[in-house]
Design a protein around this ligand. Structure first.
Ligand code: AMP
Ligand code: MG
Length: 401
């Protein structure tokens, strides 16, 4: 049986090199950059005002006080999106709004609150406070210098990065291609929610959960119809999914029960099984295979096992497919508010709930058919075999919400 890290390494090694496509920035939310990005321009683009106020020559107003205002002639006004053609010469100032370019000659901004208009002298402004060169000026290039590194290949386009790339003028961006992932649920006992259950039947619950996780991992998911426990039906369904998709994720039918057909169907298609057991709980039966550059992930049917093995072993592969640098689940430190006990022989990724201050609670009963604890959980804690982590233990929580 493979250790988790060895299994993950084998999965990642089998992922084909990522390919890229150029798409509009407006469609790129959450996508992974395929190339290093440098700034083509400075930000701010030009020296500009940080305030609504007046552009001045600092030397002119060095002695300004509320009781000894300095009187400047108003040389003009810069409307939003415009620039002043002239120069601010000695004894003059210019009306500016936040973000307006500072005209040549001006080297400081006096905020409007430190000025007064003289009703008896139209076209003049009384400056009530002194300014030093640079006051309330946002200098060109202060934020980003032309040519500087903005983001590297494999980094995700977060809202902040999208804003940054738009601000330096990129209409398009080169990102990793997303894998098309077929999702199959196997089991003759399964019915779609909304149908009537006959004795022995249950509602299928893995596809809705996995669809969401596939989307979150940046994949393009395609849900396939339910597959009965029958070799011919399994062969057809798997072949169909592999024809249409880059990666196929199945649930159920991978353990040692005699109704477990996924492995056989995959080998019959010419697929090459890489491994089918990983030493983790939940989710020991886990099939990984390759078939002509495409990947098969056969997840166990138990809902908890399916979801946890997806997060630990499939999500990283889908991210790597798109060229991600970091494929691990986000990790947050926390402290156990109650003990976590693993009396089993395998390490157990236990479902936990983390409160707002980082206290970590068990999400409920940890058996792998328990959907209520899955729904309550926001993360996993890796508990070694035959170990008790007492309350107060600092832990790293793998987060997935
Ligand atoms: P299997 O891995 O096929 O042996 O299934 C293990 C357990 O998970 C059985 O109790 C199945 O009924 C259940 N199960 C399998 N697939 C699903 C599914 N898609 N939705 C809900 N339960 C499932
Ligand atoms: Mg089954």
């Amino acid at each position: 049986m493979l250790e988790f890290e060895a299994a993950l390494a084998r999965v990642l090694a089998a992922v084909p090199a990522s390919t890229s496509e150029t798409i509009p920035l407006s469609d790129a939310a959450g996508r992974l950059l395929a190339e290093l990005v440098r700034a083509p321009i400075d930000l701010p683009v030009f020296d500009n005002s940080a305030m609504d106020g007046y552009g001045v020559r600092a030397a002119d107003v060095a002695a300004a006080r509320p009781d000894a205002p300095v009187r400047l002639r108003l040389a003009g006004k810069v409307a939003p999106g415009a620039a002043f053609a002239g120069e601010v010469t000695a004894g003059t100032c210019i009306r500016l709004f936040t973000g307006a370019p500072l005209p040549p000659g001006a080297d400081a901004v006096v905020m409007q609150e430190d000025t007064r208009l003289d009703p008896n002298a139209i076209g003049e402004v009384l400056i009530l406070a002194p300014a030093e060169a640079g006051d309330y000026v946002r200098p060109r290039g202060e934020d980003v210098q032309r040519g500087s590194l903005l983001a590297e290949a494999g980094e995700a386009l977060t809202a902040g990065r999208l804003g940054l790339l738009a601000a330096v003028g990129f209409p398009r961006v080169c990102v990793g291609r997303q894998p098309v992932v077929g999702l199959l649920a196997t089991g003759s006992e399964l019915r779609e929610p909304g149908q009537t259950l006959a004795p022995g039947q249950i509602y299928e619950s893995n596809r809705p959960a996995l669809m969401m996780l596939l989307q979150r991992a940046g994949a393009l998911p395609r849900a396939f119809p339910l597959v009965a426990d029958d070799p011919a039906a399994t062969n057809r369904a798997l072949a169909d999914a592999f024809n249409q998709c880059d990666v196929v994720v199945t649930s159920g039918g991978v353990s040692v029960g005699e109704l477990d057909f996924i492995k056989g169907a995959f080998e019959q298609m010419g697929g090459e099984l890489q491994f089918w057991k990983v030493a983790i709980k939940p989710g020991r039966p886990f099939v990984f295979g390759r078939c002509r550059g495409k990947l098969l992930f056969g997840l166990p049917g138990n809902p908890v096992s399916a979801l946890v093995t997806f997060l630990l072993l499939v999500r990283p592969a889908l991210l790597r497919w798109q060229g991600a640098r970091n494929v691990a689940l986000p990790v947050h430190p926390g402290v156990l508010a109650e003990p976590l006990v693993n009396d089993g022989e395998r390490r157990h990724f236990m479902r936990v709930r983390v409160d707002a201050v980082g206290k970590v609670y068990s999400a409920g009963i940890q058996a792998s058919h328990m959907l209520s604890s899955l729904a309550a959980a926001t993360g996993l804690v890796d508990v070694p075999a035959q170990a008790t982590l007492p309350a107060g233990t600092p832990v790293l929580v793998l987060r997935w919400e």
